[in-house]
Ligand binder design. Structure first.
Ligand SMILES: [Zn+2]
Length: 352
């Protein structure tokens, strides 16, 4: 099979496929696909919970999760970063569904909080005495990620930090020993700065990051997944006039100010669905990022190459890299809406 693609920068790339990887074209090809179609190396949902179809905090449904993984691939998603659940459904999906039938999946196992620091019975609740061991254990159970809940509202106190900066630093160290990265849920003040200083790899929501934080994140290739659709949803649920709703709305205004700065600085701003729809909805989050001020080309990168690069994957159809591509009828940099309507998906050298 020969594939002729055009990157959003306008570069035309011709490749053959051998054993699921791109190679330099050689001789004549029987089938030619693409003929210069606009292409990305794949969409990325950088904050998914494939275990469930909605945020209902119930045990994962494995059959549904397998189908969601397959459907994600059909919509052009080539990588899911699953940010944990109350069980290991996402990890099971990666074991059970062949990789040519689903996106790559990197996943945290159980979400970690402290006592009362997340939805009851959802997180693994740890204390100072059990923290290190829990991080190591979940890093071993997961596929590349450990997920912490950094802050959570407590009755009468507003949002409270669940962990100390020293604990976050230890989490990063222990996870690294097990080959895993750390992601932290944070919607409150102060905690994102603490997490950035501690070396946490991915800031989830991160509504109160500062300019200093995004520069520090950028300097070390860190990720920020604002999940704007999820935050807007939560505001609607809480009520715009509630204390929580007002705090989150203030956070979104901060996101609006920081997005451009973060991407200019070189931080990996990424698109994540966080169960506002399934990963197939990730193009909508990219459009949200544009609505919040990210230039279109940056938003396209936020939902494709940036997530691939941040996790050490190829982004440029280079010979030797996995033969993955999502084809579009026009240049997504000019018409980001086409992200929702790929014309073809090539996964490991096969037409999906
Ligand atoms: Zn989430």
């Amino acid at each position: 099979m020969r594939v002729i693609l055009r990157s959003p920068e306008g570069e035309v790339v011709t490749r053959d496929v051998i054993d699921g990887r791109w190679t330099e074209p050689e001789g004549d090809a029987e089938t030619v696909i693409g003929e210069g179609a606009w292409a990305l190396p794949g969409l990325v949902d950088a904050h998914s919970h494939i275990a469930r179809e909605r945020l209902d905090y119930l045990s994962g449904d494995l059959a549904g999760a397998e189908e969601r993984a397959r459907e994600s691939l059909r919509s052009g998603v080539m990588l899911l970063l699953d940010k944990g659940w109350l069980d290991d459904t996402a990890i099971q999906v990666a074991r059970r569904v062949p990789e040519e039938e689903r996106p790559d999946i990197e996943a945290a196992a159980r979400i970690i909080a402290n006592e009362g620091g997340y939805m009851k019975d959802v997180a693994l609740e740890v204390g100072e005495g059990t923290f290190d061991e829990a991080i190591r254990d979940q890093a071993r159970r997961g596929d590349g990620w450990v997920k912490l809940v950094g802050d959570w509202p407590r009755k009468g106190l507003g949002a409270v930090a669940n962990f100390t900066e020293d604990q976050l630093r230890r989490a990063v160290e222990i996870a690294a020993e097990e080959g895993a990265r750390v992601a932290i849920h944070t919607m409150a003040r102060d905690v994102p700065s603490m997490a950035v200083r501690a070396g946490v790899h991915s800031i989830e929501h991160g509504l109160f990051l500062t300019a200093e934080d995004v520069e520090a994140l950028a300097a070390r290739g860190g990720m920020w997944v604002p999940t704007i659709l999820r935050v807007e949803h939560t505001i609607a649920q809480l009520g715009t006039e509630s204390t929580g709703g007002r705090l989150l709305a203030e956070g979104l205004e901060n996101v609006r100010r920081l997005l451009g700065l973060a991407s200019e600085a070189g931080a990996h701003v990424l698109a994540g669905t966080d169960l506002v729809g399934t990963p197939t909805n990730v193009a909508s989050e990219a459009l949200k990022l544009i609505e919040y001020g990210l230039p279109a080309a940056e938003a396209v990168r936020a939902v494709s190459s940036s997530g691939l690069a941040a996790t050490g994957r190829a982004t440029d159809f280079a010979p030797g890299s996995p033969a993955n591509a999502v084809l579009f009828p026009s240049n997504p940099y000019d018409e980001p809406d086409v992200l929702k309507h790929p014309t073809a998906v090539i996964r490991l050298g096969r037409l999906v």
